[in-house]
Design a protein around this ligand. Structure first.
Ligand SMILES: [Fe+2]
Ligand SMILES: [Fe+2]
Length: 206
């Protein structure tokens, strides 16, 4: 079975999802490729984890595919800007989870939560809602970790892709900041460096 078999199935099952991703592709190609990468990674690593109340990967993959669809409401100029963003531009960017969640108001709770909460942080410093650890579902933390790891591994207008060695350094920085669920980051890093997917033996207590 292809590693993106389920992702393709999810896309085929709901043509409206494919339409939204086509719009994203035309608006900002980088966000489109990133969305597919996050969904593919979410599918690939899903069997490693056991998420509370989730029976299969379908909604997690759908949420991953659509997590950045709110960027359709942010101007392409801002999304593609190479220089530093102004405070106002940062405000627009920080609204994309809320915009995406509103756009997808008729989707399942799991999909909406992923879209709304993928930039939240355990200490409440995330955006747009400033949720705290206990308010952020485990599957949202999982997508947040994949979202950040994909960004680190990818070329952007403002940065080159990081090597695995550099990513290790970034993980240590994140660990010291203590606002992300490092359980998921460590598992992803383990897979990237060994190519091995072992079921998680422990559940994060955060
Ligand atoms: Fe995002
Ligand atoms: Fe993202």
């Amino acid at each position: 079975m292809s590693i993106i078999y389920k992702t393709l199935e999810v896309l085929k099952a709901k043509p409206e999802n494919a339409e939204l991703l086509d719009l994203l592709k035309a608006h900002d190609h980088t966000s489109y490729i990133h969305s597919l990468s996050v969904a593919g990674m979410a599918e690939l690593m899903y069997p490693v984890f056991a998420f509370k109340g989730i029976k299969n990967s379908t909604e997690i993959i759908e949420g991953a595919l659509l997590h950045d669809v709110g960027k359709l409401f942010v101007s392409a100029e801002i999304l593609k800007k190479e220089g530093k963003l102004t405070p106002l531009e940062k405000c627009f960017i920080k609204e994309h989870p809320r915009c995406g969640g509103i756009l997808l108001h008729d989707r399942s709770e799991i999909v909406k939560n992923i879209v709304h909460f993928h930039h939240e942080r355990l200490d409440g410093s995330g955006y747009p809602y400033g949720l705290k650890a206990e308010q952020i579902p485990d599957y949202c933390r999982y997508i947040t970790a994949i979202d950040i790891m994909d960004a680190l591994l990818s070329r952007r207008s403002y940065k080159e892709p990081l090597s695995l060695y550099q990513i290790k350094g970034e993980l240590e920085k994140m660990r010291s900041e203590n606002n992300l669920d490092m359980f998921y980051f460590d598992k992803i890093y383990e897979f990237l460096t060994t190519g091995i997917l072992l079921p998680a033996k422990e559940v994060c207590a955060c």
